[in-house]
Design a protein. Structure first.
Length: 764
């Protein structure tokens, strides 16, 4: 959990918009077959010959370009005309295109075209009226953007705010790919010219947009950027309040209580017809204060809600939203639900004591880094170090090689961190953690609508599922909706991407999760329609099937299950997963030498699909090919039958689909990890019995949904945690954070007996 792991939503959404912008033509501009064109790519995006080379390509393509679809033809034609320098003709093409689609949605798809509308019109005014581009852009901007409603204006102005450097990088990559070739086909030429035009347009209007957008926002919104709200402990928080100037009637408010100072999220709420309030947990921007993460947040959030409900612009109803830490604050406020709090919508919410600063009761080094950053009050060379990934990798490796206690991380860095030490003092889910968010019966009193969004590849998935499952376990009549699909934490902040860490995401999953949240708030607070994707309590995208399914509970996601035993009778590097338990008692021996630190540089790969497995202190089990497709949906579980020579160990489990092609597809990510002594009860520790055969049942904290293909194999990787970015459990049975290399004299030795199995939920 780093400082940059929880960026401002509106800022990071620009990057997702950029990706869609750059991919627009590639998906839709396909002309009829035409002869290839001679073309020699210029060396650089900003080279002196680049404009002439690109103009020549456009001029040669114009007479031969064909496309049967009128909309695609006009869109592509306008690009060719602009690159060729005929802006009046391009503007006419853009107008004709708009006349063909007068009622098109000004969300992401049309937002791309609006940028060209503004640019072609501005260039036309510049040439015809012989005025500066600054003057012509102002006229074009005002004529195109001013008539838009607040929502559409917000979308367009955020598109305009994308840095030209993003487009320059895309152009340079395209030129580099083309340079070895002497010809270019029509489709590739159109894509290259569109990429070039995007860079040129953003380079030209980039320096001028900020003042135009600011003027448009002043016309639309009232902004109070330094509102001070007193909280019960005698301190105060600062809030940004953004209200639409029209209508003037009281409105419901959307509140985010965050650790990042921003105005943009509040303005986005206002653009959707709400009062937007962002409360900043770290004092004022002028006078920041040290933050103790998760401490007294609920009281501060409830004070902010109470203050909002008393304002003349408030209709008395507040909805809270947020991702990461902001999602946690919403749940912290709901520990005692204020009367004005009417709804919660979170994505990837942190659950302290569940998924941060540990996962499966195993502490992560990233929590030390993040908590140290949160205690910094001002920019410094040390704060710059907090953003240096290489520095932190070196710290991880130095600690790992030193064999020192986990508590000594701060000593090795030379920067003490009392917050992290305090966390280490509470390895169980005890009262220290339980006071931060609802616990057991407190969930029963949460009767407001809740929306939770998470992903199969999100590090925060266990926390999100904890809130969801505990809410229904303690309040069966809860109104809590879960949305989950092939997303990671970044996707939920920035928007879906077609390729995620090498994995091709189903087209059905490429929905705007950000906009879905506003549609849900409109349903809850304004009586709008229920978004179609939210048809059940659980709404999940089935990877490989390219469709959404809906279920009333986790158990209902799958009507059956398959049990696979860990076959210990066969030898070899890859063991078997079998549907039948072996009649012959057997076991597999595993040995882990915690004293060996030669693997200090090892880290697991991040790709979701790969041609091989990079295992480490693991045993791999592979099933026979599946006779027919099956849908694996839900939480897997299992029973481990083993004998171990230690009193504790930290386990990790990963499941893959091995395709018939030989590629491995992760079914979730990161790994499902857990400390054996807390597998049954995260509140009370139950140590293992060293030297005795015993059983350990478990249920994963990570869920998935994927249609496994006929001919594919299920692959289980069962391992022991031993890596430089995690706390290491040496198995003494004492405080793990106090253990060191001195406790590694005897290697960990395990016998995995053939009665062990995993059980996966399936829908046939």
């Amino acid at each position: 959990m780093t400082k940059t792991s929880m960026p401002t939503r509106a800022v990071i959404c620009i990057w997702a918009a950029t990706t869609l912008f750059l991919s627009f033509a590639a998906a839709s501009w396909a002309g009829a077959e035409a002869p290839d064109l001679d073309f020699h790519a210029p060396p650089t995006a900003d080279g002196p010959t680049t404009p002439a080379v690109m103009r020549d390509l456009a001029e040669r393509l114009l007479p031969v370009y064909q496309e049967p679809d009128p909309d695609r033809y006009l869109a592509s034609l306008s690009v060719l005309q602009m690159v060729a320098g005929d802006y009046a003709a391009a503007d006419a093409s853009r107008r004709e295109l708009r006349n063909r689609r007068p009622h098109a949605d000004l969300g992401q798809p049309v937002g791309r075209g609006v940028i060209y509308d503004i640019y072609s019109y501005a260039k036309t005014i510049e040439v015809e009226n012989r005025v500066s581009f600054a003057q012509s852009l102002a006229k074009s901007f005002n004529e195109v953007v001013a008539p838009l409603n607040d929502h559409d204006s917000y979308v367009v102005t955020r598109w305009l705010g994308i840095s030209a450097a993003v487009f320059r990088g895309a152009l340079q990559r395209s030129l580099d790919q083309q340079r070895a070739k002497d010809i270019i086909d029509q489709t590739a030429a159109l894509e290259l010219l569109r990429t070039y035009l995007s860079y040129v347009a953003y380079r030209n209007f980039g320096p001028l947009v900020e003042s135009l957008v600011a003027a448009d926002e002043r016309r639309r919104y009232t902004v109070d950027s330094e509102v001070v709200i007193k909280i019960p402990d005698g301190t105060s928080i600062v809030a940004v309040v953004v209200r639409p100037r029209s209508p003037s009637k009281p409105l419901p408010t959307l509140l985010e209580f965050t650790i990042d100072a921003t105005q943009d999220d509040a303005m986005e709420c206002a653009a959707h017809g709400y009062v937007g309030v962002v409360a900043y947990a770290r004092g004022t921007r002028a006078s920041p204060r040290r933050l103790v993460p998760f401490h007294r947040v609920g009281d501060a959030a409830r004070a902010a809600i109470s203050w909002i409900a008393k304002q003349p612009w408030s209709d008395g109803r507040v909805g809270m939203y947020g991702d990461g830490y902001g999602g946690f604050t919403a749940w912290s406020a709901a520990k005692r639900v204020p009367s004005a709090l009417k709804a919660i919508a979170t994505s990837a919410p942190n659950a302290p004591g569940i998924d941060v600063p540990m996962a499966g009761s195993v502490f992560h080094n990233s929590a030390y880094r993040w908590s140290l950053n949160m205690s910094t009050t001002e920019a410094s060379s040390e704060e710059e170090d907090d953003d240096d990934d290489a520095l932190w990798r070196v710290l991880d490796q130095n600690w790992y090689r030193s064999g020192r206690r986990y508590r000594d991380l701060g000593r090795l860095l030379g920067r003490p961190n009392p917050i992290f030490i305090r966390w280490l003092n509470h390895p169980s889910y005890d009262g220290f953690w339980r006071k931060l968010i609802p616990f057991r019966e407190q969930f029963a009193h949460i009767n407001i609508p809740v929306l939770t969004t998470t992903g199969y590849f999100a590090a925060s998935e266990p926390g999100a599922l904890y809130y969801f499952t505990q809410h229904y376990r303690n309040n069966p009549r809860a109104d809590h909706t879960l949305v989950i699909g092939p997303y990671d934490d970044g996707v939920m902040q920035s928007g879906p991407t077609a390729v995620l860490h090498g994995y091709q995401v189903d087209s059905a999953a490429l929905i705007d999760l950000h906009e879905l949240q506003y549609q849900w708030f409109d349903h809850v607070l304004k009586g709008g329609a229920t978004p179609p994707v939210l048809m059940g309590r659980i709404n999940y995208e089935v990877m490989g099937a390219n469709e959404w399914r809906h279920a009333p509970s986790l158990e209902a996601m799958a009507g059956d299950s398959l049990k696979f035993y860990l076959d210990a009778t066969a030898s070899g590097e890859r063991r078997r997963l079998t549907r039948r338990k072996s009649a012959t008692p057997a076991f597999i021996s595993q040995r882990v030498n915690f004293a060996d630190r030669s693997d200090y540089g090892w880290m697991p790969p991040t790709d979701l699909i790969s041609s091989s497995l990079a295992t480490h202190n693991d045993i791999t089990f592979v099933s026979e090919p599946l006779a027919k497709p099956i849908e694996f949906s839900g939480l897997f579980s299992g029973r481990l039958d083993f004998t171990v020579n230690k009193m504790d160990m930290d386990l990790n489990i990963m499941l893959y689909e091995r395709l018939a092609s030989g590629d491995y597809v992760r079914l979730f990510n990161p790994i499902d990890e857990f400390r054996a002594s807390y597998a049954q009860d995260r509140v009370d520790r139950h140590l293992l019995r060293a030297g005795e055969r015993q059983e350990l049942t478990f249920r994963s904290e990570r869920m998935t949904s994927r249609r496994l293909q006929a001919g594919s194999r299920l692959v289980l990787v069962l391992g022991i945690n031993k890596r430089p970015d995690r706390e290491i459990n040496y198995g003494t049975g004492g405080d793990v954070s106090e253990e060191s290399l001195a406790d590694a004299k005897i290697p960990l030795k395990i016998r995995w007996h053939s009665d062990s199995y995993i059980e996966i939920p399936v829908r046939r």
